[in-house]
Design a binder for this molecule. Structure first.
Ligand SMILES: Cc1cc2nc3c(=O)[nH]c(=O)nc-3n(C[C@H](O)[C@H](O)[C@H](O)COP(=O)(O)O)c2cc1C
Ligand code: SF4
Length: 510
């Protein structure tokens, strides 16, 4: 007999402690939560970190592939180690990387650079982090309207990908008639090429918590959550420690902040998929509208912001919106750019929003080899030719080129890389990570990867003849950003380098 009232939100946390996904284990979770066993299994099977034998997870993200991920996988397999190839582990600066069965990072290199260091920066990754929370004190002393005005003056655009105005989002939630509201910090960061939120959480966890508390204070929410990707083990510990240190400080006056651990699904970074996951379901994006600002977590108005967005807020209040705006080059503020691939010093660089590729790579110690193309904002942004190296890396300029700043996960590729192979690595990622609810995305991502396989095997360009039609279908028929962008790595490369997708030697390079 199941308990009368099911507690669906408990399903995923309880599954975390389940020994396996055996029938018995699933039934035990069902008994504890009141959710039918078939439903528990259906939810669990969506997530890659739930169930299965203990194994090493080898990253297949673009930067890891450039650094020999396939060879690493083959070596571990040959040594008899239980291994699984996984989409991305968020360690592009120390590629090729893997996670041990306890989800701790194994990499030959230390984490990359975090430069420059200066108190004149909005986040200053190398700065001291502590429990003073001056921005929160400012917000409490001056009130919500003053916070919103400072945000408006700052021009802060969301750093999670879409660049939506933070002030507008907070105002929308504040203006709702419903009194129960939530704040959710999106720390799911799983886009290959991106590892900036990781550094913020590791180095400035209190800055992030302060931004969350200011958001909660402004929209009058009493509960806030940080949804952190399941692969971020050290980062989870960093936040746990910071929350412990914040006990008894003004940060937690009238507010609870809970950590919610993800379970291995890139799509849960999409804000409505994240809410579904927090509610104990498969992480499938919702149809919008309604937007989370009206009906978010538990159907209540919810502010959802990226880690970096929230971490910008304390300095904006303390130093002023105009100060923040003036830090940018072409758009307001500084930005955390992640750089990896063929550069001398991969890492996270806080630079004026709108620097170009050459300026960014100069900070990162220069190019390795002769650069040929780059991905400006994670897998979803596609690729641009190196001839666009002078383009400002901002929301507007990249949008005009049919690309995106996205998560600012910049990956540089030199002329030793086979373009079709690079497109295939990205295609595999999207095929694996599509949640599967829209047919154009589910079938389209598979078709694109298969077309590339056929092209790479046969060298016959006819293998790619339906690619543009498939891309159109995906763009028209998908309900979330994954479906709108998953074709871009291939279509952008074909557009910019048509000569590289002609007939080629069978099974070999162009
Ligand atoms: C497929 C997909 C994955 C996403 N992944 C993330 C992510 O990992 N982190 C994030 O902050 N936003 C991600 N987003 C964007 C979120 O949906 C949302 O726009 C963002 O968290 C809002 O915060 P912001 O206004 O501070 O940018 C993703 C969007 C899509 C379509
Ligand atoms: S577009 Fe793709 S990932 Fe997004 S909801 Fe549809 S099937 Fe899922």
């Amino acid at each position: 007999m199941l308990p009368k009232k099911a507690n669906r939100e408990r399903v995923l946390p309880v599954l975390d402690h389940a020994p396996s996904l055996s029938l018995e284990a699933v039934r035990a979770v069902s008994q504890e939560t009141g959710v039918p066993a078939a439903d528990v299994y259906g939810t669990a099977s969506f997530y890659t970190l739930i169930g299965g034998e203990p194994r090493t997870r080898v990253c297949q993200g673009l930067s890891c592939q450039l650094a020999g991920a396939d060879a690493l996988l083959a070596r571990l397999r040959a040594a008899g180690e239980p291994v699984e190839a996984v989409s991305c582990v968020g360690q592009c600066d120390r590629a090729p990387a893997r996670l041990d069965p306890a989800l701790e990072v194994v990499a030959e290199r230390a984490r990359g650079a975090v430069l420059p260091a200066s108190p004149e920066l909005a986040m200053n990754l190398a700065g001291a982090d502590g429990t003073d929370y001056p921005g929160l004190a400012w917000a409490r002393a001056r009130g919500a309207e003053a916070v919103l005005e400072a945000l408006e003056a700052s021009g802060l655009q969301g750093r999670g990908g879409a660049g939506f105005s933070t002030a507008t989002k907070w105002r929308m939630v504040r203006g709702q008639a419903e009194a129960e509201r939530y704040v959710v910090c999106n720390a799911d960061e799983a886009e290959p090429g991106t590892f900036k939120d990781r550094e913020l959480i590791l180095r400035r966890p209190h800055l992030l918590l302060e931004g969350i508390a200011i958001a909660a204070h402004t929209v009058e929410a009493r509960s806030a959550y940080v949804y952190i990707r399941g692969e971020y083990t050290a980062e989870y510990r960093s936040l746990e420690r910071a929350l412990e240190a914040a006990r008894g400080t003004p940060l937690l006056e009238g507010l609870t902040i809970e950590l919610v651990r993800g379970h291995g699904a890139y799509i849960c970074g999409e804000e409505t998929a994240m809410l579904e996951s927090m509610e104990g379901k498969r992480g499938m994006p919702r149809l919008k509208p309604p937007y989370p600002t009206e009906q978010g977590f538990r159907g209540k108005p919810t502010v959802i912001n990226n880690v970096e967005t929230l971490a910008c807020v304390p300095a904006i209040l303390v130093r002023g919106g105009a100060w923040f705006r003036a830090l940018g080059k072409t758009e307001p503020g500084t930005k955390l750019y992640c750089v990896s691939g063929h550069v001398a010093r991969p890492g996270v660089y806080e630079l004026p929003l709108g620097v170009n590729l050459d300026e960014l790579v100069e900070a990162a110690g220069g190019y390795v080899g002769t650069p040929r193309f780059f991905s400006p904002g994670g897998a979803s942004s596609g690729f641009l030719p190196i001839t666009q190296r002078a383009l400002p890396l901002d929301f507007g300029s990249l949008g005009k080129q049919g690309s995106f700043l996205g998560s600012a996960g910049v990956v540089v590729l030199n002329d030793t890389v086979d373009l079709a192979q690079a497109a295939r690595w990205q295609a595999v990622f999207f095929e694996d990570e599509s949640c599967g609810q829209c047919a154009p995305c589910r079938i389209g991502t598979r078709l694109l990867r298969r077309s590339l396989d056929r092209y790479l095997e046969s060298g016959d360009p006819a293998a790619l003849e339906h690619v543009d039609d498939v891309a159109w279908e995906m763009d028209e028929g998908s309900i979330c950003g994954l479906g709108y962008t998953a074709f871009l790595p291939l279509t952008s490369l074909r557009k910019h380098f048509p000569e590289s997708f002609g007939a080629r030697a069978q099974g070999g390079r162009a």
